[in-house]
Ligand binder design. Sequence first.
Ligand SMILES: [Zn+2]
Length: 483
Amino acid sequence: MKPSIQPQAVFDKFYDIDQIPRGSGNEKAISDYLVAFAKDHGYEAKQDSENNVIIKVPATKGYESAPSVILQGHMDMVCEKTPESTHDFTKDPIEFVVDGDWLKAKDTTLGADDGMAVAMMLAIMDDPSIPHGPMECLITTNEETGMNGAIAVKGSDLSGKYLLNLDSEDEGEFTIGCAGGCHVEIGIPLLRENRNHTYNKAFHISVEGLLGGHSGMEIVKQRANANQILARTLYEMHKSYSFQTASFSGGTKHNAIPRQAETVIAVKEVDFDAIKNLLAHLSQVYQQEFTPQDAGLTLSVKEVEAPDLVYADDTVEALVAYLILAPNGVYSMSQTLPGNIVETSNNLAIVQEKQNFISILISTRSSSKSSLDFLVTKLTGLAEVLGISSRVSDGYPAWEYQPGSDLEKQVLAIYKKVTGKEPILNSVHAGLECGLLKEQLPDTQMISFGPTVQHPHTPQERVSISSVDRMYTFLLTVLKELK
Ligand SMILES: [Zn+2]
């Protein structure tokens, strides 16, 4: 049932789109619905090969000479449900639950990320009495799983001077930039040989208890990187003891700070106890160094059977040297934005054995193109010095902050006037659709905001009803007053 909450026009539209399954990759039905909605209202609509929809809405009377504005959001949603739920995201509608100031869903994600943007656009299109200049509603697909929609958008289909992205989740926070990035993959020739019989005891060493987290959003927390900690451990041991290394791996996702890494080493019987003591000591040293941000860090050590094959010395040396010498984590902080915002960072994400080489996958990010290029130069340059290979791929563009744009000044002033509150500026240390759109629309000024949505991408997702009310009023004021 449609909930009776204000602004009714927005929540009615949100209810309508939440009747249509719209998980990422399953957007044809919602995309067709949006095109039909536009045609019913007499607006020109275009659906492209990725099912993105662009609806052209002429200016209301008296606003013909106002600057043209693109309203943008994504139609897809993350599909998550509680373990008990029997919800089928391919055919069931989302069920609404009102709980005080919060609207949430019964046992599933709500889809306020980013259905709230779509609902606001539909509410505006549905009400001819709302004053606005020439408007283009750009509703993209697949934002949550690869941004394929935004990648396919063509600048020639749009003409907005300004773009308002409605996919931010903290009322009062205005996003004005995002990081771009790429992957660097290092390849170390994997040479193996028989274990020397003098190394007849072995340890399995594992770096454990780390918090990890998203390698963009959480890199600022300066948590430990399991791959680097493990390489550092081998390097420290090597100062006093000789041993052979039989395996080395760590990390599972390109966009996560690795929480776990493990190795097996063969040692001489005579060194067995001393190495065990050294590992216990290093575990304490690391724990102290990474407290409070990663206080659970431990080296877990157990004796295992000595392996038959070990890495050749050249392989281990290059692997350990690369992992301890490569920059990792926060590389620089933004000096143009207030607060604690990372400009450039990287993450030594995954170390794994492949066919005939050991791969180190590194994910780099920066809101400055030149700073990113310099970090990539360091990462590939270090590989070159060590005589190992490197490959750069999967680049996505930054949305570089342009301080003091016309759009920023006007939007922030209107926000202060409407709410009486001080706006906060934010640049996101991860890729956003605006970064991709900016490539196609270099002259369009962009800003992102939205109502407060908590716990997105989880079944606890909820949107603040009063925040939708305030942000909708704010959006209507912006459309009316933008010059
Ligand atoms: Zn979103």
